[in-house]
Design a protein. Structure first.
Length: 217
């Protein structure tokens, strides 16, 4: 919900997005995502739709909203295939909705399709001028970890932490999980230790740290 006079991310010009990014970087410091992340991650709606087989019908926001509501209902029942199908139809009606792209990515992640999750989260981030919500970067990091791309995974969690500094401990914990899954136990232990230092709210971070230390003898 916002003021109707407020422009949505996809309605803004590149200059307006760049100005917003500049303000964000000034507020958060150099750790905030840089504008060039757009070129590196966002290939455009046409390419994203092509890769996922989304047919552009251009029904508009109202048509998209009705289909997205149906998709949420399927997602709540963990009927991921049906939710994915509905989200794709919703994006066919209005492909400029970053939140809808993100929710499609979450459904793909739950359905064990990490590569599609990556594409959806990158598209959502691109629609927001390379910034977006911290959850967009968080799920991108999760997907990249599942794909075994740990350096990219770490960058994504750092971007999420830059946008939500109070959640840094949680993101470090998830980074530790990604390292642990691929038997990078030294890096996992370091990430878990930092997560504890940053007061990660999940108590299992201590178990993860202990397990990593055990594997390192």
């Amino acid at each position: 919900p916002c003021d109707p006079a407020t422009k949505l991310p996809h309605e803004k010009t590149p200059e307006e997005r760049a100005a917003e990014l500049a303000k964000l970087r000034e507020k958060l410091g150099e750790q905030a995502p840089k504008p060039e992340v757009v070129e590196a991650t966002y290939k455009g709606l046409d390419e994203a739709c092509k890769q996922l087989g989304i047919e552009r019908t251009h029904g508009g926001p109202a048509a998209r909203q009705a289909l997205a509501k149906s998709a949420y209902e399927f997602a709540q029942r963990r009927a991921w295939s049906e939710a994915i199908a509905k989200f794709k139809l919703a994006l066919g009606e209005d492909a400029s909705d970053a939140l809808c792209w993100f929710n499609l990515g979450v459904a793909y992640f739950a359905d064990q399709q990490a590569k599609h999750t990556e594409l959806c989260c990158r598209t959502a981030i691109g629609l927001c001028g390379g910034v977006g919500e911290p959850e967009y970067h968080q799920y991108l990091g999760r997907a990249l970890g599942r794909l075994g791309r740990l350096e990219d995974c770490e960058r994504s969690f750092k971007s999420a932490a830059a946008l939500a500094p109070t959640q840094e401990g949680q993101y470090l914990y998830e980074l530790g999980n990604a390292y642990n899954a691929l038997k990078e136990h030294a890096k996992a232990a370091a990430a878990y230790a930092k997560a504890v230092e940053k007061k990660c709210p999940d108590p299992t971070v201590h178990f993860g740290l202990g397990l990593s230390m055990e594997m390192l003898r």
